[in-house]
Design a binder for this molecule. Structure first.
Ligand SMILES: CC(C)(COP(=O)(O)OP(=O)(O)OC[C@H]1O[C@@H](n2cnc3c(N)ncnc32)[C@H](O)[C@@H]1OP(=O)(O)O)[C@@H](O)C(=O)NCCC(=O)NCCS
Length: 185
């Protein structure tokens, strides 16, 4: 397993996963998958370019409830084992570890159902923490639903320490959630 920078050679695998009903967004589900498919089909090169956006030059972020919010600098890397496995993304604000209220954590991930329980997300998080360190972040915040045991295992295996509980804001569905911090020092 590796995390790759999105590029043409991997795009068909990504597209196929979306077409099979996998969604990179837990809450928006199939609707988010359809939107990404439409973006890929409309302009594959622009879609690939949009995956790595350290300048936050892209269009605003669509929150799960459809509201638009200011895009943060960030990128997505794709989890790859010879086929497309999922994605892991990092975003941040310049000069601070703080995040705006609509952005629940620095890192998000999703693995296609047919590649789950192979340790891929645990490994991918370890790898993207190197990217976070390289961007100058002294720590990252990751949040997950209280019910999401797999995600909590992933975070714990990478040194995450629980620092609080909260209810997600309504635009993110309101679920009871846990907040973790991983120090990168
Ligand atoms: C959460 C998710 C990314 C985990 O991906 P994964 O690649 O299967 O994770 P790993 O294989 O690295 O497994 C991590 C741990 O979780 C456990 N695990 C994985 N799936 C599990 C499940 N469905 N139920 C219980 N435990 C599970 C694994 O056994 C492993 O435990 P261990 O550390 O004790 O060995 C994946 O389930 C997923 O994409 N879910 C939907 C999207 C999502 O929830 N994203 C996270 C939002 S915060």
């Amino acid at each position: 397993m590796q995390i790759v920078w999105p590029q043409q050679a991997y795009l068909e695998g990504m597209r196929d996963a979306l077409a099979r009903g996998w969604s990179p967004d837990n809450l928006s589900g199939i609707e988010a998958a359809r939107e990404e498919l439409a973006e890929i089909d409309a302009d594959p090169a622009a879609y690939l370019a949009s995956q790595v956006d350290r300048e936050a030059a892209g269009h605003p972020i669509k929150l799960p409830n459809g509201e638009l919010a200011t895009r943060l600098p960030g990128f997505r890397r794709w989890i790859w084992d010879g086929g497309f496995c999922g994605l892991i993304g990092l975003r941040w604000q310049r000069g601070t570890t703080d995040l705006p209220p609509y952005c629940l954590g620095h890192i998000g991930y999703s693995v296609v159902p047919w590649k789950q329980r192979l340790g891929y997300t645990t490994g991918a998080l370890a790898l993207i923490l190197e990217d976070a360190r390289a961007e100058g972040l002294p720590h990252v915040i990751i949040t997950t639903d209280t019910s999401n045991v797999a995600s909590q295992r992933v975070i714990a295996s990478n040194g995450g320490v629980q620092i609080g509980t909260f209810d997600k804001p309504p635009e993110h569905g309101g679920a009871p959630s846990l907040r973790f911090r991983i120090d990168l020092g």
